[in-house]
Ligand binder design. Sequence first.
Ligand SMILES: Nc1ncnc2c1ncn2[C@@H]1O[C@H](COP(=O)(O)OP(=O)(O)OP(=O)(O)O)[C@@H](O)[C@H]1O
Ligand SMILES: [Mg+2]
Length: 45
Amino acid sequence: MAVLELRQISKSFGVIRALEAVELKVDTGKVVGLMGDNGAGKSTP
Ligand SMILES: Nc1ncnc2c1ncn2[C@@H]1O[C@H](COP(=O)(O)OP(=O)(O)OP(=O)(O)O)[C@@H](O)[C@H]1O
Ligand SMILES: [Mg+2]
Protein backbone atom coordinates (compact mmCIF):
# COMPACT_ATOMS: atom_id res chain seq x y z
CA MET A 1 0.00 0.00 0.00
CA ALA A 2 1.28 3.47 -0.85
CA VAL A 3 1.74 5.94 2.02
CA LEU A 4 2.56 8.69 -0.49
CA GLU A 5 1.73 8.94 -4.16
CA LEU A 6 2.40 11.94 -6.39
CA ARG A 7 1.08 12.05 -9.94
CA GLN A 8 1.94 14.51 -12.69
CA ILE A 9 3.38 17.11 -10.32
CA SER A 10 4.72 20.23 -12.01
CA LYS A 11 6.11 23.32 -10.33
CA SER A 12 7.55 26.54 -11.70
CA PHE A 13 9.25 29.47 -10.00
CA GLY A 14 8.67 32.20 -12.56
CA VAL A 15 10.44 31.05 -15.72
CA ILE A 16 12.28 28.27 -13.83
CA ARG A 17 10.61 24.92 -14.49
CA ALA A 18 11.59 23.06 -11.29
CA LEU A 19 9.43 19.96 -11.84
CA GLU A 20 7.62 18.59 -14.87
CA ALA A 21 5.11 15.74 -14.61
CA VAL A 22 6.84 14.03 -11.67
CA GLU A 23 5.58 10.65 -10.51
CA LEU A 24 6.62 9.33 -7.07
CA LYS A 25 5.21 6.43 -5.08
CA VAL A 26 6.40 5.41 -1.61
CA ASP A 27 5.13 2.06 -0.35
CA THR A 28 4.71 1.00 3.27
CA GLY A 29 7.91 -0.45 4.71
CA LYS A 30 10.13 0.82 1.90
CA VAL A 31 13.01 3.27 2.21
CA VAL A 32 13.24 5.59 -0.78
CA GLY A 33 16.28 7.63 -1.77
CA LEU A 34 15.88 10.66 -4.00
CA MET A 35 19.06 11.47 -5.90
CA GLY A 36 19.96 14.16 -8.39
CA ASP A 37 22.23 17.07 -9.24
CA ASN A 38 22.16 20.31 -7.27
CA GLY A 39 19.06 22.20 -8.37
CA ALA A 40 17.50 19.12 -9.95
CA GLY A 41 14.28 19.61 -7.97
CA LYS A 42 14.64 17.10 -5.12
CA SER A 43 13.41 19.47 -2.39
CA THR A 44 10.59 21.09 -4.35
CA PRO A 45 7.88 18.36 -4.04
N1 LIG B 1 11.68 29.51 -3.71
C1 LIG B 1 12.26 29.43 -4.92
N2 LIG B 1 12.27 30.50 -5.75
C2 LIG B 1 12.82 30.43 -6.98
N3 LIG B 1 13.42 29.33 -7.49
C3 LIG B 1 13.45 28.25 -6.70
C4 LIG B 1 12.89 28.22 -5.39
N4 LIG B 1 13.06 26.99 -4.85
C5 LIG B 1 13.72 26.28 -5.78
N5 LIG B 1 13.96 27.02 -6.90
C6 LIG B 1 14.62 26.55 -8.13
O1 LIG B 1 13.99 25.35 -8.54
C7 LIG B 1 14.95 24.39 -8.98
C8 LIG B 1 14.89 23.16 -8.10
O2 LIG B 1 15.31 23.52 -6.79
P1 LIG B 1 15.38 22.46 -5.60
O3 LIG B 1 15.76 23.25 -4.38
O4 LIG B 1 14.13 21.62 -5.53
O5 LIG B 1 16.60 21.53 -6.06
P2 LIG B 1 17.39 20.42 -5.20
O6 LIG B 1 17.49 19.23 -6.09
O7 LIG B 1 16.74 20.22 -3.87
O8 LIG B 1 18.83 21.11 -5.03
P3 LIG B 1 19.97 20.91 -3.90
O9 LIG B 1 20.67 19.62 -4.21
O10 LIG B 1 20.85 22.10 -4.09
O11 LIG B 1 19.27 20.89 -2.55
C9 LIG B 1 16.31 25.12 -8.94
O12 LIG B 1 16.53 25.66 -10.24
C10 LIG B 1 16.09 26.20 -7.90
O13 LIG B 1 16.93 27.32 -8.14
MG1 LIG C 1 17.43 20.41 -1.86
